[in-house]
Ligand binder design. Structure first.
Ligand code: PMP
Length: 933
């Protein structure tokens, strides 16, 4: 053996080099320059960051462990060059090596390139799926770069080479003082090795870096996000199993905040795309992770024993134990099934053994088997009618539904194998609950004999039946959706053995592809990889995998999703009559009266339409016709709709990147009155109205007095910012002075959401000439309205036309009336004030602790959390906001960015949000801002 041999040397003490010595050594590499040395942590070499007096980094001084031969060092440096040549950043040699004396004898010193950007280290930090994939990509690139590299310096035996893991664990296990832990670690290593050993002959070997981990992978930081793009520390370079490179990399993911076994899958996939894994390698991967985790625990304990009382080492120990527990938290068989499925190498439920059904038929009791017509199948999925109106949250629902079917004359009731049950789910969970059935639950009217192959548990009338593969670990009746592919690869559908139809195999979900095929690119969707949401209840949204999300986005469903009163009223009216507003019926009149009654004089004439865009379009038509003017003044960074006229006054570049350059000549824009980051800030923001008044005056002076000034009366697109005091009073007065109308877009902010005010214009103490309403009016049923004065409406009669086939129809009117009734009866405006006030307080407290929060805007349940990279420059944290929204989804919250800079979390949930929901949101956000995104 030319190189180091762990089993001969034991642990390698780091060569002791003082800062002065390091600086002396460094001086020989930089003649005539002064360089300072700053110690960097390391496990086996002695490393120093070298800086010049002006602060420039000169490189990293590395004094190799004297136990390493010159050939080993040469091999590491050559490997670094290969990796760098493959396009990754790598710590390559800049100066040296030279031989220097250190305490353990002569050692090789050299200066390596310093790679800025930082590593992924820090167990408290969250690694996003994107970053984990980046880690897998780096491991894959390293693996490819080194695949045909050979060198005499690779002839060494390392503690970290997974081929030696069982021996390392045996050698070091004695250092684990905690007997229980020692037992678990040695047993886990032995069990894992018994899976790897039979595959060993099929695992290709090559040169591996051996330590492509969070600690050694460096990142490029751009726009607030880290992307792994390089690797340092080739000290563990050796020849080993190629798949070990990946196993080591993904084990390091498990150390991080919020990580669990399935968190590593993006890295597995990314690695596999660069360096395809065979089925044998995929099968060995998780056992190798367990072995790596076991080696880390025993090595850490050894280190702690050598270095007693070192807090850093004791802290690291805690992380290694944690990591080991996480690696063991899911059976290896399940992880292997999951990995195979992720790589497209297999997975999926076991096939039911063919030919078995007829043979076993006679074993079945009289009530099962062929008597299919007497067995009812109970649908407990998100799409089941049996879970309507939040019934899924009632304990015992499954038993009650089954009992009712048995009472109805069925001999048996069976659930479905592989189904994600909403009945197993619950609300406000940061981690997905176990919802996917690995067997079948049966309720039986009479006792039956079950085929011997089946695992049967339970008593009374309810039994659980499953068909696990031979030797499979114990399979829980319900498993989490993230792991379903793994668990289901260990069980077969027992239904055919019971004479029931087999569950249809899980369809590959190609909904997004189909969507793309029939949608235009401009029709966006939330999230790159969105959950499929098919049910809502109050402020909760349920995906087809049974995960329930807190909905902080749906401002249209003010009452909450699936409100029974709206459903009942609309259904009743649909059965009875649905004509149009040219007929004479009561609901359209009652609804118009109710709307007018909510608005101050002289706003008493109501036009009913079907959407906000239509309402804005109609309001602009009213203004043009009523005033005879042709021009309109709107504010920047606003959205008002997609129809021709409403789009013309929409200036938000977040909605339309060309919004400002494509305004028709009749639209004139004034500054967004943004008191946080606009031209005027804070107390200066009162100056916005002066500028707007001047712009209107100039327009009039140029012979083009505007027909209208149109704006949201509370600045929605900015995240719910009040307009500067007196803004609308001044601007409305000026536009009216020139014969124009004051138009308020209450589509987002009106209807009680602001809590303290039913309408946004009340906050400004003004009364507009025309008000548009939509969104909240129908709780999701399409409704919109324009309300104006009799005089203005009368002028429209002279030159305009209005009829909407469904605007104000009996069903629309009943929907609108019911929504108003519920807002009143359930006190939702007061709830918005109370819960919104609580939530705003919580968010303001977060802003004290998290510097990314620049401001918390808003009122009631229209709030905005604005993220900035710097509270001085207010540089928008756009990419961070997107990443935070993705992380919030993982934690069970649906929230999206807004503003032209997309750096504001737009908080506009159903108005039934309660304090528990608000706290869940604030806690999740606190966690994301603490752990990262
Ligand atoms: N005005 C404002 C302020 C809006 O937010 C929206 C919708 N986002 C609209 C008008 C257009 O409404 P709709 O989508 O119903 O056409």
């Amino acid at each position: 053996m030319a190189g180091v041999d762990f089993f001969r040397h034991g642990g390698l003490p780091v060569p002791q080099v003082t800062i002065q010595e390091a600086e002396r050594i460094a001086a020989s590499f930089f003649p005539g320059r002064t360089v300072r040395a700053q110690p960097l942590g390391s496990q086996q070499d002695s490393n120093f960051l070298l800086t010049e007096p002006a602060g420039a980094v000169a490189g990293v001084l590395k004094i190799a462990n004297p136990a390493f031969s010159a050939a080993e060092i040469q091999a590491q440096d050559a490997a670094a060059e290969l990796v760098a040549a493959a396009g990754l950043r790598a710590g390559t040699v800049r100066h040296g090596p030279v031989t220097v004396p250190v305490d353990g004898g002569p050692a090789l010193a050299r200066v390596l390139t310093y790679l800025p950007g930082g590593t992924l280290a820090g167990a408290g930090r969250y690694l996003s799926p994107r970053v984990v994939a980046g880690l897998g990509t780096v491991a894959g690139q390293v693996s490819r770069a080194l695949r045909s590299f050979t060198h005499p310096g690779l002839d060494r035996v390392l503690q970290w080479d997974l081929r030696h893991a069982p021996r390392v664990v045996d050698t070091l296990a004695g250092h684990v003082g905690d007997e229980e832990l020692r037992g678990r670690v040695t047993a886990a290593a032995a069990a894992a090795w018994s899976r790897v050993e039979p595959l060993a002959g099929q695992l290709p070997g090559q040169t591996v870096h051996g330590d492509v981990t969070d600690d050694n992978v460096v990142c490029r930081v751009a726009r607030g996000l880290r992307t792994p793009d390089g690797v340092i520390d080739f000290g563990d370079l050796t020849s080993s199993w190629a798949v070990g490179e990946l196993a080591v990399a993904i084990t390091s993911v498990l150390r991080h905040a919020g990580a669990e076994p399935c968190s590593v899958l993006p890295a597995v996939r990314a690695f596999g795309e660069l360096r395809p894994l065979s089925a044998a390698e995929a099968a060995a991967l998780w056992p190798l992770v367990v072995l790596r985790a076991a080696v880390l625990v025993v090595s850490g304990e050894q280190q702690a024993a050598l270095d007693d009382g070192n807090d850093y080492v004791t802290g690291a120990l805690e992380h290694e134990r944690n990591l080991f527990d996480r690696a063991m938290s899911v059976p290896a068989d399940v992880m292997t099934g999951l990995i195979l499925a992720e790589l497209g190498l297999g997975g999926g439920p076991l096939p039911v053994p063919s030919g078995v059904v007829p043979d076993l038929g006679p074993n079945l009791g009289p009530n099962l088997g062929p008597n299919l017509e007497h067995c009812a199948v109970l649908d407990l999925s998100v799409q089941s009618d049996a879970v309507d109106e939040g019934a899924w949250l009632e304990p015992g629902l499954e038993d009650r539904l089954a009992a009712a079917l048995l009472a109805d004359g069925h001999d048996a009731v069976a659930t479905r194998f592989g189904e994600a049950r909403l009945t197993a789910s619950t609300v406000l969970t940061g981690v997905s609950p176990a919802t996917v059935a690995t067997g079948i639950d049966l309720w039986l009217a009479a006792r039956v004999e079950f085929p011997a192959q089946l695992t049967v548990s339970g008593d009374g009338t309810r039994v659980h039946v499953s068909l696990p593969a031979e030797g499979a670990p114990e399979v829980p009746p319900l498993v989490r959706p993230e792991y379903a592919a793994g668990w289901l690869s260990l069980v077969a559908d027992p239904a055919p053995l019971l004479g029931l139809p087999a569950a249809s195999p899980p369809a590959t979900d190609d909904l997004l592809n189909r969507r793309e095929a029939s949608f235009a690119a401009v029709q966006e969707h939330y999230y790159r990889d969105p959950p499929r949401i098919e049910r809502g209840w109050r402020h909760h949204l349920a995906a087809t995998d049974g995960r329930v999300y807190l909905d902080m986005v749906n401002n249209v469903t003010v009452l909450g999703h699936g409100h029974p009163r709206v459903e009942a009223a609309v259904a009743r009216q649909l059965r009875r009559l649905n004509t149009n507003s040219r007929f004479n019926y009561a609901s359209v009149v009652e609804f118009s009266e109710r709307l007018a009654g909510l608005l101050p004089e002289p706003l008493q004439v109501v036009f009913l339409v079907n959407s906000g865009s239509e309402a804005v379009d109609l309001a602009l038509r009213l203004a043009l016709v009523a005033t005879g003017h042709r021009d309109v003044v709107a504010v920047r960074e606003a959205y008002h709709g997609w129809t021709y006229a409403s789009d013309a006054v929409s200036t938000s570049t977040a909605d339309n990147p060309n919004a400002l350059s494509t305004r028709p000549p009749w639209v004139h824009v004034v500054d967004a009155p943004n008191s946080y980051r606009g031209r005027y800030r804070g107390s200066e923001s009162v100056r916005y109205s002066g500028d707007a008044v001047r712009a209107i005056g100039e327009l009039a002076a140029s012979g083009r007095p505007p027909a209208a000034f149109l704006a949201e009366p509370f600045y929605g697109n900015a995240g719910g910012m009040p307009l500067p005091d007196g803004y609308l009073a001044a601007v409305y007065a000026e536009v009216r002075r020139h014969g124009g109308l004051a138009i308020a877009d209450e589509i987002q902010v009106g209807y009680g959401r602001l809590g303290h005010w039913f309408w946004g214009f009340e906050q400004q103490g003004v009364v507009p000439d025309v008000v548009m309403v939509a969104k909240a009016m129908g709780n999701g049923y399409p409704l919109g309205a324009v309300v104006t004065s009799r005089a203005i409406a009368a002028r429209y009669r002279d030159a305009g036309y209005f009829f909407s086939s469904t605007g104000g129809s009996p069903v629309s009117s009943v929907a609108g009336l019911t929504v108003l009734d519920v807002i009143r009866d359930e006190g939702l405006q007061a709830n918005a004030a109370r819960v919104g006030g609580h939530l705003k307080g919580r968010l303001e407290e977060l802003a004290v602790r998290h510097s990314l929060i620049g401001a918390v805007h808003g009122s009631g349940l229209y709030l905005g959390v604005e993220f900035v990279r710097d509270r001085g420059t207010l540089e928008p944290a756009t990419e961070e906001t997107a990443a935070i929204c993705d992380r919030m989804l993982e934690l069970g919250v649906i929230i999206q960015p807004t503003s032209d800079r997309m750096c504001v979390l737009k908080i506009k949930p159903p108005l039934c949000l309660d304090v528990a929901g608000a706290d869940f949101f604030a806690d999740a956000l606190d966690r994301v801002l603490t752990e990262g995104w």
